[in-house]
Design a protein around this ligand. Structure first.
Ligand code: TXA
Ligand code: MG
Length: 318
């Protein structure tokens, strides 16, 4: 299949492909999404095939207008005010909410669940694409299943050229990590995935937000969390504490063994978050054997960053 590369001026052409049931990758403020008409179950099956994604891992439905939420999901009267406050404060933006789904969203998209994940992305290209297509767009992160999410055009091209109908070319995604996912179908809201919107900000609207230990949780609520994730081929070693000395000891030993080592440079947490998936992918291109990373403080986006690194880690050194 020929993959059309579109510029930001050619969004209408990309939207026409979405209407025809084809897959188009597009930028958002978090990561690139691999988009399909969310109301077309047959078309949505192509997403799972292209990514190699298990069919029980549901997709996020993206909208461009807050008013479209009610076409997709039920708003329980008892939570109407809360949901209004949430979307007023955080949409468009890196917050995904889970509600009971309406029949407009096929079960293929929700991975067989009676709930649906919804988000309004804060990116002009994503918004114009959805509005031009005239349908909500279901989109997982644009990467082969298990691999680091695509955060720039080149990543998406590497994974999907020849396999999807189109890619909209744009700058690197601003945040670099995926959205924060919150389940609103339970009595108390539950954080399913830390992400671009910090827990601190979210708790200002959802003071009773339930935050569990995501890495060891045996009971899987968000199906995506049970699969290996974000991992490059290079082995990631995460150093949780007093990292500096230990990292140089490990690096020296690996180099003696003729292994290629990359030490992830520290910088601002925002900057590491934006670049971490690019670095992982670049390490694979460079044939790196080990990536050594020291932990960052778990506040703000640092929570999401540590979550992704732990999931990708081959070994964690305490
Ligand atoms: O920032 C993002 O969220 C990006 C951009 C493209 O919007 N999308 C993204 O999608 O990261 P994906 O498919 O890679 O991750 C979606 C996560 C998965 O962990 C999935 O299991 C969970 O959301 N999810 C989706 N629908 C759900 C549902 N109904 N119940 C529980 N978890 C759900
Ligand atoms: Mg993903």
């Amino acid at each position: 299949m020929q993959t059309h590369i579109f510029t930001a001026k050619q969004i209408k052409k990309a939207a026409a492909l979405i209407q025809q049931g084809e897959l188009v990758a597009f930028p958002t403020e978090t990561v690139y999404g691999l988009g399909v008409n969310a109301c077309d179950g047959e078309a949505a099956k192509k997403i799972f095939i292209a990514k190699g994604r298990p069919s029980d891992n549901p997709l996020i439905v993206h909208i461009a207008d807050k008013k479209d939420l009610v076409k997709i999901a039920y708003i329980p009267p008892s939570k109407k005010n809360l949901i209004e406050t949430l979307i007023k404060k955080f949409w468009p933006g890196p917050l995904t909410i889970i509600l009971r789904k309406k029949s407009s969203i096929p079960l293929v998209v929700s991975g067989g669940l009676n709930t649906v994940a919804i988000r309004m992305p804060d990116h002009p290209i994503a918004q114009t694409l959805i509005a031009s297509a005239g349908v909500p767009i279901a989109a997982p992160s644009a990467n082969l299943s298990g691999k680091p999410s695509g955060t720039c055009f080149e990543h998406v091209f590497d994974d999907f050229n020849g396999k999807i109908a189109g890619i909209i070319k744009s700058k690197k995604c601003a945040i670099g990590l995926e959205s924060t996912v919150v389940d609103l179908t339970t009595k108390k809201p539950v954080l399913l995935r830390p992400g671009g919107l910090s827990i601190e900000l979210l708790k200002k609207v959802l003071p009773d937000l339930q935050v569990h230990a995501h890495n060891t949780s045996s009971k899987v609520k968000s199906p995506g969390m049970k699969y290996a994730h974000y991992a490059p081929d290079a082995k990631i070693i995460l150093f949780e504490q007093s990292a500096h000395q230990k990292i140089s000891t490990y690096a020296t030993r690996f180099k003696q063994e003729k292994k290629k080592v990359k030490i992830l440079r520290t910088g601002t947490i925002k900057n590491i978050s934006k670049n971490v998936f690019s670095i992982f992918r670049q390490c694979d291109k460079d044939g790196i054997d080990y990536i050594l990373i020291s932990s960052v403080p778990e506040k703000g986006i640092g929570v999401a960053l540590m979550n992704r690194i732990r999931k990708a880690a081959y070994q964690i050194v305490q």
